[in-house]
Design a binder for this molecule. Sequence first.
Ligand SMILES: [Zn+2]
Length: 359
Amino acid sequence: MSFSVPKMHKAAFLRKYGERLSIESVQTPQPTGKSVLIKTVGSGICHTDVCIWKGDWVNIGIPPRIPFILSHEISGIIVARGENVPAEWKEGQKVLIYAFYWESEDNYTIRGLTNLAERPKHLGIMENGGLQEYVHIPHYKLLINADGLEDLAAASTLCCAGITTYRAVRTAMNYLVPGDYVAVVGLGGLGAYAVQWVKSLIPYVNLIGIDVREEALEFASKMVMIDAVINASRGNPEKIISETTKGKGVKVIVDTVGSNQTVKTYINTLMRGGVYIIVGLMGINLHIPIYPFVTGERRLIGSFIGTLAQQHEVVELARKGLINYKKVVTKRYRLENVNEAIKELEEKRVLGRQIITYE
Ligand SMILES: [Zn+2]
């Protein structure tokens, strides 16, 4: 199969922090060597995109330059490939992209910890990403075969929200025994996946869902059966959790918010030997009491995206129906309307995940 690739295509450029992305024509690159060109089918809008768009991370060098193209949740179809791309990656192949590219191997990546690479080149974060009609993928190792995923556009959300929560829940599994309580804090795009992973991978625990938005609690409850939902804006969440767990406390907390406020509040609900896993990046510094941590042997764990191997696992589980990525996607926009999607997310009006579609 061969595809006619246009010389120019449309892309959404971040030109000024906090201002509307501008839709412009850009030259379509020709892949060479180990790189491929994909025609974009879906690109998800993550909260990280909002942070980068606002310029929150400029002081840590993200994005490295403007103009810049956002989105690290990308799905598409291979339309052209470099001369050193193996034959299995044919034109027409449906793929998801592991956006967390690393430029060269190091002591982490050779052990499979691609998420901890010393020289990351994450697409949509450090390199131009998915908010464009065609995306140049620098290496075929980032491709995941998406055969069997019937909604390829929605499946793009497996590439950040899906994998990030998968890694956290896999870590959580090491600490859990039947009857334990697991709490997911924050039921947005990540939370909608996290509650599903808990139910499908560790069905023998009790699941607590926590958010400050009633509609987010309702939305997550439609995903799976949540044993207890807690609206943290009503009443004292620590007290409610204590009652819910019959004084036992929570064994594992998966915090998709990661603010000083959430950590400070929910860390007090951990039982002895309990584990607090932070995946969200909303806060800057943490202030937590040392004494209960040491004497109760509690653990605080950071969990960052997931490895390339885990991205393959996530896609396999989606293919087998253990995770419903379609239900997570609540709104689809055309690239021309991307600014609406960003505004919705910035104003915290989004349930689940929003995506941009191209067909
Ligand atoms: Zn993300």
